[in-house]
Design a protein around this ligand. Structure first.
Ligand SMILES: NC(=O)c1ccc[n+]([C@@H]2O[C@H](COP(=O)([O-])OP(=O)(O)OC[C@H]3O[C@@H](n4cnc5c(N)ncnc54)[C@H](OP(=O)(O)O)[C@@H]3O)[C@@H](O)[C@H]2O)c1
Length: 240
């Protein structure tokens, strides 16, 4: 059976993505930050009939937690086929560039960028053992500097100094990582799930978690002719 690790798997887009992989016969390692959240999520998944979902403690801002999670996976499986870097935070609003508290920006980057890099590096030995390793970095349209320059874009006024830039940096990491691994079987892409109704935005998002999960699954299961080092949404390739 193929294997996938999803960070931030106890709710929202991560939880729905776990269901999608389970339906497709994967063993799902579900990263959760607390035992309690892990139990709630796994009871709910069991009740709904989803199989082969294994919760594990994973806080991507804590290196020890990341290492122990990857060690746990290595004790259960030979390789990891897919890594979904889904865990992310929006940070306190608003984030005006002239006055936002720098610690607020630091904490957003600690999760959305540095934590994602720490997890990606720790999972690399297991991913390298897969015949077709795939990484999806869950990004956001708000990462696109090209769109931020377009006054007709629907999110033109969303100029937070922390969240968007943290995802811009995540996109840059995606490009650099895909380049380093360009001559291997890896496919690594950034995916914008769309404005989706979750706790992240007080359920104000207009999209559904199942559509977001479908898109993430698509880029996590690309065949060898698929793209790498790109940025995609439901509407197609996004500009950097
Ligand atoms: N919803 C949208 O409209 C939207 C749009 C574009 C991009 N995205 C991106 O999609 C991803 C998922 O968002 P969502 O809407 O599903 O948000 P969500 O419902 O707030 O879920 C976020 C998940 O990330 C986890 N998390 C936060 N910090 C973490 C850390 N340090 N270590 C491990 N897990 C951590 C949370 O765990 P806890 O429950 O323990 O807090 C939760 O499971 C994020 O990367 C977000 O930036 C969302």
């Amino acid at each position: 059976m193929k294997t996938v690790l999803i960070s931030g798997g106890n709710r929202g887009i991560g939880l729905e993505t776990a269901k999608k992989f389970s339906k497709h016969g994967y063993i799902v390692f579900l990263g959760v930050r607390s035992h309690e959240n892990g139990l709630i999520a796994s009871h709910e998944l069991e009740r709904l009939g989803f199989k082969n979902i294994i919760p594990l403690l994973l806080d991507i801002t804590i290196e020890k937690s990341v290492k122990e999670a990857c060690k746990f996976i290595g004790q259960h499986t030979f390789c990891l086929d897919v890594l979904i870097n889904n865990a992310g935070i929006r940070g306190q609003q608003p984030q005006p560039p002239t006055s936002v508290d720098i610690d607020s920006i630091r904490s957003i980057f600690a999760t959305n960028l540095f934590g994602t890099i720490v997890l990606t590096q720790a999972a690399m030995p297991l991913l390298k053992k897969s015949n077709a390793p795939r990484i999806v970095n869950v990004s956001s349209e708000l990462a696109s500097l090209t769109l931020h320059d377009n006054e007709h874009w629907k999110f033109y006024s969303f100029k937070d100094a922390g969240y968007g830039p943290s995802k811009t940096a995540l996109n840059a990491y995606t490009v650099m990582l895909a380049y380093e691994l360009r001559d291997t079987a890896f496919k690594i892409n950034a995916v914008d799930p769309g404005y989706t109704a979750t706790e992240f935005n007080g359920f104000k998002g207009t999209g559904d978690v199942s559509d977001a999960a479908d898109l993430i699954f698509k880029y996590a299961t690309l065949d060898q002719s698929g793209p790498t080092g790109q940025f995609h949404s439901k509407e197609g390739q996004l500009p950097w």
